[in-house]
Design a protein around this ligand. Structure first.
Ligand code: HEM
Ligand code: NAG
Length: 558
């Protein structure tokens, strides 16, 4: 009897909630006006949950589908689409339009960073990634001078050093065999982590010495292990509501308590390592004798030792949090992009041949053992085709696929309308697109749809779905569309490490091709081309676009 009442009451409230939801969604859909779309979203597209369910929800053919690229824009015949999140009735506008995106990324006060979406990254405190306003400006001012040209040349020479170690490690592993198959994400993660640790934080460790050294210094986990497991656990922590997290620390809850303990253990281990790095730099700062060229660490520690409240100061928490976030942002995106790039080189031998030609012209006597700042300025500029391969990879596989920005007051954005596609045909030319204006009400969220705008044929042409590095090379009568390339975002909140990663990645790609022929692994060689692509480029939605199966066979060139 009582249960019936409870059930009735529950049904009543669920019903009330649904009716309320339906009414507010209906109201919002009227506000969306004549902007094409108007679909309901069950998950906010710029929250962690959207990544967790991303591989299956929203479905293919719905607005917001993780892999829809330009498909929905094509079928609605518009470069701006509207939708509404059911819970909270939040209007969401999807932008795959270079001009609209340029406005959104330039006007920082009208379209600020959606700081709520970045809470997960504040494990150690606030940092450059998750702050806004004057706080963010302070973090950015501290870090910025470390990304000047002199320091970029240091990135180049540190990349050369790490690559030489990787290559000799490969030689040892390969011993006697003519080729070797590598797991790209694993190796690229190690290469890029060693580069950011050293060029950014003065932590020069050799390829295989990491473990030994850490055991000596009394750490529970190696530095590398601590970084990678802390990053994996950011996800675990985010998905656990904070009350459950606190409860699980006091009471034993099966599975959850264990997962939380592991997460905490990784965060603590990494904290220990970061404190070591910071202590070294503090001692240097006090003695005035610097043992490292890593300007980022010097600047962060210098700011931590400056008087609090000044324009360039950081608290202890902020110092640690920036260290963590630079380690994270400074390697994962690059590692995943490089994994896609090397896979594409195996799939497109004619592209690889051009990279080889370019690398041979630069390094006719083989890859240098070490490099200086003068070699950087002479070398990097000559790798234009290799740089184009890196850019084209980022266009097709943007590590960060979308960015949400909350709208602060009523405004408008320009879009294009065109004849909706009638078939499923991919890249076709868009005939006669017409400008139109979309009203964007305060309280909406606009999504910079990086994946979408990167496949927009109005900007990239009818072959927008094909891999063609040449499109990133200017000629006398062609300039590649800068405003339609958003892999590093744009405007004041754009990636501070863009040049860092471009220089590092170009060096890695050119040297790898110089030393090795990159081939499809033996076990996939007999499969049809499309099947090879499907397997090697298989991707899971994570914080950054993640290749599951990227592996290639390396064959040493004679
Ligand atoms: C292929 C490599 C990379 C890609 C695709 C990439 C992409 C991005 C994007 C899209 C943003 C904007 C994020 C947002 O608005 O939430 C961003 C911001 C940022 N990136 Fe990168 N990034 C890369 C490499 C790096 C590297 C190597 C570093 C550091 C050495 C770095 C450090 C940062 C930082 C600190 C920010 C926040 C900047 C701010 O808010 O002021 N990134 N990155
Ligand atoms: C990096 O830039 C700083 C200025 O922030 C400069 O003092 C330092 O010498 C540069 N480091 C290198 C290795 O060139």
């Amino acid at each position: 009897m009582e249960w019936n009442l409870v059930f009735l009451a529950a049904a009543f409230f669920v019903g009330l909630w649904s009716i309320q939801g339906v009414i507010s969604v209906w109201r919002v859909q009227k506000i969306l006006g004549d902007c094409p779309g108007g679909e309901i979203l069950w998950v906010h597209p710029f929250r962690v949950l959207s990544i967790v369910v991303g591989s299956f929800f929203p479905f293919k053919g719905q607005i917001g589908h993780y892999f829809s690229r330009f498909d929905q824009y094509r079928s609605y015949g518009s470069t701006i689409l509207s939708s509404v999140v059911f819970s909270g009735a939040i209007p969401i506008f999807w932008l795959a339009d270079a001009e609209a995106i340029k406005i959104v990324s330039t006007e920082r006060s009208l379209f600020p960073k959606d700081v709520a979406a970045y809470e997960a990254l504040n494990i150690y405190g606030p940092s450059i990634l998750g702050t806004e306003g004057s706080d963010w400006k302070r973090h950015r001012n501290v870090a910025k001078p470390a990304f000047n040209e002199a320091n970029t040349s240091y990135v180049w020479s540190e990349t050369v050093r790490v690559l030489n170690e990787w290559f000799s490690h490969l030689d040892t592993t390969q011993a006697g065999k003519s080729d070797i198959t590598i797991n790209l994400v694993k190796d690229m993660t190690q290469v890029t982590l060693l580069v950011i640790s050293s060029a950014g934080f003065g932590r020069k460790v050799s390829w295989s010495d990491d473990l030994k050294m850490d055991a000596l210094a009394g750490h529970t986990m190696s530095f590398r292990q601590a970084v990678t497991s802390a990053i994996d656990n950011v996800f675990v922590k985010v998905l656990t509501p904070s009350w459950l997290y606190r409860l699980s620390q006091g009471v034993r809850i099966p599975i959850i308590s264990k997962a939380m303990r592991n997460a905490q253990r990784s965060f603590d281990a990494l904290r220990g390592h970061m404190q070591d790095v910071v202590e070294h730099a503090r001692a240097d700062h006090i003695s005035g004798i610097s043992r490292t060229d890593a300007a980022l660490l010097k600047n962060l520690v210098g700011a931590n030792m400056a008087e609090l409240g000044t324009l360039k100061s950081l608290s202890d928490d902020e110092l640690l949090s920036n260290t963590f976030n630079f380690l994270l942002a400074g390697h994962e995106t690059s590692a995943h992009t490089l994994s896609y790039a090397v896979t594409m080189l195996a799939l497109y031998p004619e592209v690889q041949a051009k990279v080889y030609e370019e690398a041979m012209r630069l390094w006719p006597d083989g890859f240098p053992e070490e490099s200086s700042s003068t070699t950087f300025s002479q070398s990097f500029l000559r790798l234009t085709y290799t740089t184009a391969v890196f850019h084209e990879t980022l266009r097709m596989f943007p590590a960060i696929i979308r960015l949400g920005k909350p709208v602060q007051r009523d405004t408008t954005l320009p879009g294009y309308r065109f004849q909706p596609a009638t078939s499923d045909k991919l890249s076709t030319n868009i005939q006669d697109p017409q400008r139109f204006t979309v009203n964007i009400p305060v309280g909406s969220v606009v999504i910079i749809d990086i994946f979408g705008v990167h496949r927009n044929p109005i900007h990239w042409g009818a072959d927008a779905d094909s891999f063609k590095p040449e499109r990133f090379i200017d000629t006398d009568n062609y300039r590649w569309p800068r405003d339609a390339f958003l892999a590093f975002s744009a405007g004041p909140r754009s990636c501070i490490g863009q040049r860092f990663s471009t220089v590092e990645s170009t060096c890695i790609l050119a040297s790898l091709v110089l030393k090795y022929q990159i081939l499809i692994p033996d076990d996939l060689k007999s499969l049809p081309r499309l099947e090879q692509e499907r397997i090697l480029l298989d991707t899971t939605p994570q914080v950054t676009l993640t290749p599951n199966n990227a592996r290639v066979q390396l064959k040493r060139r004679a």
